[in-house]
Design a protein around this ligand. Structure first.
Ligand code: UGA
Ligand code: MN
Length: 304
């Protein structure tokens, strides 16, 4: 009986302290939030952004398989417009068919590299930027008010999550890790308190944006608010075009939204800078009088 009375007496104190603890916990919740911005995987009002992928491409033996792999990946992504620019005088029917089979909205045009430009996709991306600026509402369609532009080369390896988890959420300039690039296994932004102040790269780390083309995307509004294009050279990039483009778009390091760094370890790479090697084709014996004929494709289409 006495124990029961005691329990009643002290029980009220226990209840009081529990209530006090809950109140303190609730009121200090704001203080326990990290002071730096955290970019959430999915934001309710951002899922509607159109992803605009720009891909320069050119004839070579491994181009059809490269484009096929990329098409198979992009087919899994909703709300994506693929702009493919052929470095040549004409578009190629086999590429056109790959694009049609993705069921994605796409634009396929031919712009052969102009004199003075390096033959590395610079001119094609410039033409794509001009196309985006003068056909914005066509690309966005009636369901999209916002977009994000990504320069995806035809030979890289893309994780679908690069598009769904990173690119779709880019508000200004998103940057993430790229595997097998720049003479090293991985290049990544160096993130301190949610901000990028340097880059973990081996090649040219002093660049304002030390990032490969595969490692960033910009919000469409950044593209529309500038007339930046790819020039014919980029000294500040040591020959690589990325930092010149982003600087010309008026961007600063403070604008960077880093993605994929949140974990301390077991971090995942969502894009790999792979390069398909040219197969060693055994040529028929040389004849001094006749030129070497192209290899027989038995009626199958191969870009030889
Ligand atoms: C690296 C970067 O990943 C490129 O984004 C960057 O443009 C390039 O360096 C550069 O220094 O300018 P890398 O893998 O060495 O690229 O180059 P490729 O993949 O051979 O070419 C980049 C893109 O341009 C590809 O989509 C390719 O199809 C296209 N390209 C290449 C052409 O349209 N025409 C060409 O003659 C060569
Ligand atoms: Mn490449």
């Amino acid at each position: 009986m006495r124990t029961l009375n005691k329990l009643r007496k002290y029980g009220i104190y226990v209840l009081f302290f529990m209530l006090l603890f809950a109140m303190v916990f609730q009121f200090t919740a704001d203080l326990r939030q990290p002071s730096y911005p955290v970019f959430k995987k999915v934001e309710a009002n951002t899922t509607n952004r159109m992803i605009i992928v720009v891909t320069p491409t050119y004839k070579r033996m491994t181009r059809i398989p490269d484009m096929l792999r990329m098409a198979n990946t992009l087919s899994h992504v909703k709300d994506l417009h693929w702009i493919v620019v052929e470095d040549g005088n004409h578009t190629v029917p086999a590429v056109q068919q790959i694009l049609e089979r993705t069921n994605l909205p796409f634009t396929y045009v031919a712009h052969k590299t102009a004199v003075g430009y390096p033959r590395r996709g610079w001119y094609q991306r410039t033409m794509a930027l001009k196309f985006i600026r003068s056909n914005t509402s066509h690309i966005l369609g009636k369901d999209h008010e916002e977009g994000v532009v990504y320069f995806g080369d035809d030979d890289n390896s893309y994780d679908i999550r690069l598009f769904t988890d990173y690119i779709r959420n880019v508000r200004t300039l998103g940057i993430w890790a790229v595997g097998l690039v720049g003479g090293t296994v991985v290049e990544a932004p160096k993130v301190t308190d949610g901000k990028v102040t340097a880059f973990n790269v081996k090649w040219n780390p002093k660049r304002r944006f030390a990032v490969d083309m595969a490692g960033f995307a910009v919000n469409l509004k950044v593209v529309l608010n500038s007339d930046a294009v790819f020039g014919t050279s980029c000294k500040r990039g040591g020959g690589a075009p990325e930092t010149c483009l982003l600087e010309d778009m008026g961007l600063e390091r403070e604008d960077i939204e880093p993605f994929g760094y949140e974990k301390e370890k077991d971090r995942e790479i969502f894009v790999w800078h792979t390069k398909t090697s040219t197969p060693n084709i055994v040529q028929s014996k040389k004849n001094a009088t006749k030129p070497v004929p192209p290899p027989d494709t038995f009626g199958y289409f191969v870009e030889v």
